[in-house]
Design a protein around this ligand. Structure first.
Ligand SMILES: NC(=O)c1ccc[n+]([C@@H]2O[C@H](COP(=O)([O-])OP(=O)(O)OC[C@H]3O[C@@H](n4cnc5c(N)ncnc54)[C@H](OP(=O)(O)O)[C@@H]3O)[C@@H](O)[C@H]2O)c1
Length: 327
């Protein structure tokens, strides 16, 4: 099929730059329009990334009849409102993670997308990266036997700025919803919904978790996951999966792995992967393929996975006593 999918971007910030750059790597995808609250910024971004149209408000972009799908890249707290704006104006949506501030918001977006027969997906790029897909295949094929322990972290020393979206509670700050969701995603992918969640966090002066440690327990499956996130310190940002026959390690940055080691029978086998871009082209390709096939959900990352993810995040937040005004 020769049809080209026309993309619009809402909120051209840091991540949107990488996304727009990777979109060029995807066949049948065209970056058509950019919307910023600042028209000059939209114009500059459109010029830099070769988009024909630019708008000084998000509302204008969703009224452009030629835009097929919108990538929502605003701070967390606006994901619900901006995705809803797109869906209510007939646009398919790829929304940055976290797709909502809680599971309730994610379920509501899923309901609206379903009602309007529109495509909706959380931009969980890790799920589509070929190295991660390979990792998942290795585990599913029993290369390390039965999983017993999952260990994954994501931590870096963030610039301490109380107004930045990382620390500002009004903008949905905190390590859990920003980077802690990657280790949570991994545990859910490998072991499913946990029977028990225990968590503890350091809540900083802005009222958000600056460091969060979690234990997911699966007594019946005999699996324990030890997960963490931090904006206070750099941690290895590796994932280690210990099984009855061996161990798999996704080296840093494990959420977009370029090196995977398999430790088995006293040997280490190393798999290396190259990425032509930043790694976002795979999720973009997934959306384009789904739209060309007339699907309203990704089979690989359906909305049920986003709902499960956000339900687990809600449970962690209940444990650490972190509430946002949307709860
Ligand atoms: N998948 C990934 O690897 C990845 C990586 C980083 C971030 N993210 C996600 O992407 C989202 C954006 O992160 P980012 O680092 O790109 O943020 P950012 O650089 O701060 O950009 C966010 C953009 O949102 C718009 N915006 C709308 N209302 C705003 C408000 N009240 N305050 C601040 N900005 C506002 C701004 O665009 P205009 O003013 O131009 O409209 C701003 O440029 C986050 O939810 C984050 O979780 C994902």
């Amino acid at each position: 099929m020769n049809k080209v999918i026309n993309w619009g971007i809402i909120a051209p910030g840091r991540i949107a730059r990488k996304f727009a750059s990777d979109l060029k790597l995807v066949e049948n995808a065209n970056l058509l329009a950019i919307a910023s609250r600042d028209i000059d910024k939209a114009r500059e971004f459109a010029k830099e990334f070769g988009a024909d149209r630019f708008y000084g408000s998000y509302e204008e972009l969703v009224h452009d009849p030629d835009v097929d799908v919108v990538y929502v890249a605003s701070p967390h707290v606006f994901h619900f409102e901006h995705s809803l704006l797109c869906l209510e104006n007939g646009k398919h949506v790829l929304c940055e993670k976290p797709m909502g501030m809680n599971a309730r918001q994610v379920m509501e977006l899923a309901r609206v997308a379903d009602q309007r027969n529109l495509f909706l997906m959380e931009a969980f790029w890790t799920n589509f990266i070929p190295s991660f897909v390979k990792f998942r295949e290795l585990v599913a094929n029993g290369v390390i036997g039965d999983i017993k322990v999952i260990q994954a972290d994501f931590g870096f020393k963030a610039n301490y700025d109380i107004n930045a979206r990382t620390f500002n509670k009004e903008l949905g700050g905190g390590s859990l919803l920003d980077i802690g969701l990657y280790p949570v995603f991994l545990a859910l992918e490998l072991a499913g919904e946990p029977d028990q969640i225990k968590a503890s966090a350091i809540i900083g002066s802005t009222g958000v978790d600056e460091t969060c440690s979690m234990i997911f327990n699966y007594p019946e499956k005999g699996i324990v996951a030890n997960l963490s996130s931090s904006f206070l310190v750099s941690t290895p940002t590796e994932a280690l999966i210990y099984g009855t026959l061996g161990t798999i390690k996704m080296h840093a940055q494990w959420h977009a792995p370029t090196r995977i080691s398999i430790f088995k029978d006293g040997k280490e086998d190393v798999l290396k992967f190259d990425e032509p871009g930043f790694g976002y082209e795979h999720e973009i390709q997934e959306v384009v393929s789904c739209l060309l096939d007339g699907l309203t959900e990704s089979k690989s990352f359906p909305l049920t996975k986003s709902i499960l993810l956000h339900q687990a995040l809600d449970r962690v937040r209940a444990e650490i006593g972190l509430r946002y005004k949307y709860d």
